[in-house]
Design a protein around this ligand. Structure first.
Ligand code: UT7
Length: 323
């Protein structure tokens, strides 16, 4: 037997308003044809009045707790990944804690942009296996629409808002066939800041700033880094690519997903794709896609699932788990 962090339940939340490419093309110099061909995106959800990163995070968390059959007061750790917190401080995780009525727990945010959920999951997994907590809520939640330059067609058409959450619990499981997180691998290379960043912050401009991206350069790095980190995580668990039941990737661009799958000779039918309906929701994209595939019955208990993401920093990472 071995102690592992097991996903007990998943949940997600989207803003009320869905914006199609055609609707966007009424105010931005773009077209449905360009966006679909270059990215696979057909629509995105945009937060409206009263909707924030934490309102979405709380809704996703409630769904995950319900699916897990876990009461909020059983949660002793909240790790929330976001680049768009409600406030510069305190951590959005503490706002979620208060909204869920959890009297005391450890709660903090993790910032790794689009890889944020992989970072949060790995931190929580290590804390659970190290005995610092027993039941964790791991959340990816974003309102990227609030940091987009709506005059920059090269970025504003790519992103959307949303949240995803998982309930993670430390459990003794069979070392061979048991469920839980089997291996994770994280990377960062801060030399690439200029290729994908926000041009502001409390300590520099004193403003929130807007997303800036050199898309083609990011694309090239994403395909190489994601294929490499997937190979690493599979090798460290002694699992062959052909044994994987489902790949749940960060949903940035359908072409990146296809190219990464080709590089690893993975069956494209095993890659969960939600970028068409959610666009790129940064830290929320992996748990949102995971929740979609769990709820529509594709991902079942016992399946071997690999999660992967790459984003600003650059940061990137992957986790292999038996669902
Ligand atoms: O989540 C973090 C990680 N992020 C990513 O992984 C994003 C990675 N990058 C990408 O997904 C792609 O590079 C983009 C989707 C951002 C761009 O696709 P691309 O095929 O690399 O296009 P491009 O930037 O080379 O632009 C091609 C043309 C340009 O026009 P010219 O110079 O060829 O005349 C752009 O001005 O498309 C133009 N363009 C647009 N046209 C219509 C750029 N944005 C738009 C737009 N609508 N929204």
């Amino acid at each position: 037997m071995t102690l592992r962090s097991v996903i007990m339940g998943t949940g997600s939340a989207l803003p009320r308003r869905c914006v199609s490419n055609d609707e966007l093309a009424q105010t931005v110099d773009t077209s449905d044809a360009w966006i679909v061909e270059r990215t696979g995106i057909r629509q995105r959800y945009i937060a409206g009045e009263g909707e924030t990163t934490t309102t979405l995070a709380v809704e996703a968390s409630r769904h995950a707790l319900e699916a897990a059959g876990v009461a909020p007061d059983e949660v002793d750790l909240i790790v929330l990944a976001t680049a768009t917190p409600d406030q510069t401080f305190p951590a959005s995780a503490t706002i979620v804690q208060a909204q869920l009525g959890i009297p005391d727990c450890v709660a903090f945010d993790v910032g790794a942009v689009c890889s944020g959920f992989l970072y949060a999951l790995t931190v929580a997994d290590n804390m659970l296996r190290g005995g610092a907590a027993r039941t964790a809520l791991v959340i990816g939640a974003e309102t990227f629409s609030r940091i987009l330059d709506w005059e920059d067609r090269a970025t504003c058409v790519l992103f959307g808002d949303g949240a995803g959450a998982v309930v993670l619990r430390a459990q003794e499981t069979d070392a061979q066939a048991g469920r839980g997180i089997l291996a994770s691998k994280l990377h960062a290379d801060g030399r690439y800041n200029a290729l994908l960043n926000v041009d502001g912050g409390p300590s520099t401009t004193g403003t929130v700033g807007k997303v800036r991206m050199k898309g083609q350069d990011v694309f090239r790095h994403a395909v190489v880094n994601l294929a490499e980190v997937l190979r690493e995580v599979l090798a460290s668990a002694g699992v062959a690519a052909g044994e994987i039941d489902w790949v749940v990737p960060h949903q940035a661009n359908a072409r990146i997903l296809d190219a990464t799958a080709r590089k690893l000779k993975l069956d494209p039918a095993k890659v969960v794709m939600t970028v068409d309906r959610h666009a790129n929701t940064s830290a929320a994209s992996v748990p949102l896609a995971l929740d979609v595939a769990v709820r529509d019955g594709r991902i079942r208990k016992g399946d071997l699932v690999v999660l992967e993401a790459m984003g600003g920093g650059f940061t990137w990472g992957a986790s292999l788990l038996r669902y």
